[in-house]
Structure formats: C-alpha cells, structure tokens
Ligand binder design. Structure first.
Ligand SMILES: Cc1ncc(COP(=O)(O)O)c(C=O)c1O
Length: 403
C-alpha cells in the first residue's frame, strides 16, 4: 500500500522532468453541468499525458548498475512515450516493445523521445512477452505501466497539484485503466483531506474494476471494446485494486457515445484536445454517471491528449450526431419539377443547413414515379432535430433517420 509520504517523495523526484500542469475554472463546463468545474489540464504534460510522472519516479529509483543496464517496457500508448522521455531525461537507455501493427505515428513519437522501438507480435500480450525476454537477455529493468508502487506514487503527484491549486475541491474524477493513476491520486488527495471524494471512471466496454469490485477480487475481462484506447485494459492490477478498494469512493462507467460527446464538448467549449481516456471524467459528469450537488467543486482529470486524427474525425462526427448537430435522413418525393424545391423550402424554413444531398431515381425500393432523397444536415441540437422531423411529417414526408 502506498502512502501520502511516497507521493510527496515522488514530487521531489518528478519536479525536474514533469510539468506542474494548469488547473482552471471553466465557465462553460460549469454552466453545462450545474457544478463548479475546474479541469486539470494534464493534456499539457510533456509527451501529452501523465505517464512521464510515474516512469520518472520508477527509473530514478534504480541503482547505478540498473541504470547502466537500462529499462524495457511494452506499450503502444502513452506509457511508451512516458518511459522513453523519462529515461532519456535521466540518462538511461530504454527499449519499448510495440505490437507489429502499432501506428507508425506512435512508434516514431516514442523513438523521437529517445527509445529503441522493437516491433513484435500481433497484440499487446505478445509484445509484453518479448519485452520480458529482453528484460532477461539484456538485464534491463521492466517498467510496469501501473502495478508498481513507485509508478503509482509518481502519478499521484497530480493529486498534490490539485489540492495545492484548489484546496476547496470536493470531488476529483479520474479515469481508470490498470488503476495506477487513480491509486496515486486517491492516496494523495485523501491523505491530505479525507473528505475529498474520489470517483473513478471506466469505459463500459472495459469495465474491469466495476466487475472486480462486484466479485471482491481482480477479474480479467474476456475482451475490451471502446474508443478510449488508453483505458482499454482487460485487467486491473493486484496492487492498484487494493488501493482502489480502500480509497476510491465510487467507480462508474460511461458509454462510447458519451465519451464522444465529452471529447467534442471539450474541443468546442474549452478548446482542449482530449483523447478518449482523458475525456471519461468529463463524460461521467455530463452524463450524470454519479450524483453531485449544484455548485459542487469538481476536478475532472483530463489526463491525455494523444488522439489519432482519424479517430478524432470519427468521434467529432459521432459527437455531432449524438448531440443533434448533424442529421442524415432519407425521404421520397414525387418525381416532378418543383418537388425538391418544396422539400428544401421546409428545411430552409426550419433553418437547418444542407451539407450534402443525394437525389436518386434508380432505387429499387421506391415506385417508378418517385425519387429518393438523402440529406446530410447541420442542425442546432436534439430539439431542433425533433422540430424539423415533425414539420416534414406534417407536410406529408415519410422520414427515415439514418444517423
Ligand atoms: C490518457 C490516459 N488516461 C488514463 C489512463 C489510465 O491510467 P491507469 O492505467 O494507471 O489506470 C491512461 C493509461 O494509459 C491514459 O493513457
């Protein structure tokens, strides 16, 4: 079990390498939620996530001989970059094993921070097995991504910064993958003020902790499925699970659509680019996944911003659809001059903006005297979508909502 003193020690070690990231009141997120929201912008950490904190604390603890032999880890995500830069900043050689199909952008970012990247295996488990072989063959130290007291203590330095910058905090909301981050943060904030509530958030498709808490012991999921790749973990750590059981007040889950809405809300309202794993705390607030009081002082820990641009494109589209800002619908018209104009007139009257339109007379699903029209529309929210569909139906159009 780690204690507050371990996190305080870690702070001294981490200070020269990791940034003290900003924590700022958000008018718009507070407005949206009814609480007093102060996001912790850990997305501005070096390497784009908190992982450098734990990795630095772990690597700094190595003996001179161990430092000389170097470190190894397996990761295709934020931990890879955290270990690479932490090692380079402390003059230690590092090897990071990634699955062969890992995105090139991630491999080259990790290399740019100074690690030797080895591509091996079909998935994370095979990469990890290779990393343990390298550990034995080259006498390197394996840096675990979460289930290590020094890693947890390093991540916990975020908790110290939160309480320093906002002593009146009521609730801290933290994502959970393997559990290292929340273990450290809960130890720090509860160690200073046991009244601060700590809420953990997982993706519905990777809810290993929720299931483990129910069973009373660590449970391994058969598979995971979520857009929040940073927390797509099948199994919480044994050590982290003990800390979570003791110090975390509540663990909730959020769905992928809720995560997508949180990412787009953070982009639009806070100008913050946050990856899925980093956005789950805000998703939990916005979706009401846990109860909070009006004006409760809440800190969602936005812990990473490394999102793949293709994923961002998908998420933005899905986020717009979920929040009623983008609508694709299909209807049929009589195939005669002026009928498209009539339809468009109704849409214009409702002040929806046409993004794309497809006018198809060849569809087999309609009569020979009809035309099928598919419209992509920019809309202003769910109420606007409902009003637009009502108006179309009132004018005799049968509407199929496609997305
Ligand atoms: C952005 C981000 N948030 C949260 C987490 C969860 O951290 P942990 O695995 O320590 O629970 C991760 C893990 O990689 C992450 O990358």
């Amino acid at each position: 079990m780690i204690e507050l003193a371990d996190v305080r020690d870690a702070r001294e070690v981490v200070a020269g390498v990791a940034r003290h990231t900003p924590l700022e009141y958000s008018y718009s997120l507070s407005d949206l939620s009814g609480a007093s929201i102060h996001p912790k912008f850990e997305i501005f950490q070096r390497t784009g996530s908190f992982k450098i904190r734990g990795a630095t604390n772990r690597i700094a603890s190595l003996s001179p001989d161990e430092q000389a032999a170097g470190v190894v880890t397996a990761s295709a995500g934020n931990h890879a970059q955290g270990v690479a830069l932490a090692a380079t900043r402390t003059n230690v050689d590092s090897v990071v094993v990634m699955p062969e199909h890992a995105p090139i952008a991630k491999a080259s970012a990790t290399e740019s921070y100074g690690a030797r990247v080895v591509l091996h295996g079909e998935d994370y488990d095979e990469a990890q097995a290779r990393a343990h072989e390298i550990e034995r063959e080259e006498g390197r130290t394996y840096v675990h991504a979460f289930d290590d007291p020094l890693v947890m203590a390093g991540q916990g330095t975020i908790g110290l910064e939160i309480v320093d910058d906002l002593p009146e905090v009521d609730t801290v909301v933290v994502p959970i993958g393997g559990g290292g981050l929340i273990s450290g943060i809960a130890t720090a904030v509860k160690g200073i003020d046991s009244d601060v509530r700590v809420v953990g958030v997982q993706a519905e498709g990777a809810s290993s902790v929720a299931e483990s808490l129910e069973k009373g012991s660590v449970h391994t999921l058969d598979g995971v499925d979520t857009i929040a790749d940073g927390i797509a973990t099948r199994r919480v750590g044994e050590r982290t699970f003990s800390v979570i059981e003791e110090r975390v007040d509540e663990v909730v889950t959020v769905s992928d659509p809720e995560i997508a809405v949180a990412i787009t809300t953070l982009l639009e309202r806070s100008k913050a680019l946050v990856e899925g794993a980093g956005a789950v705390p805000m998703a939990a607030v916005l979706a009401g996944a846990f109860d909070y009081k009006k004006d409760e002082v809440i800190v969602p820990a936005l812990c990473g911003g490394n999102i793949d641009l293709n994923m961002l494109r998908t998420v933005v589209m899905r986020g717009l659809v979920e929040s009623g800002r983008y609508l694709r619908l299909r209807t049929t018209l009589k195939d005669q001059p002026g009928s498209l104009d009539h339809l468009i007139g109704i849409i214009a009257g409702q002040r929806a903006n046409i993004y794309a339109i497809k006018h198809d007379r060849t569809s087999r699903d309609i009569g020979m005297t009809a035309t099928e029209v598919e419209l992509d529309l920019e809309t202003r929210g769910r109420e606007h979508v409902a009003a637009l569909i009502d108006e179309l139906e009132a004018n005799g159009y049968a509407v199929d909502v496609l997305v």
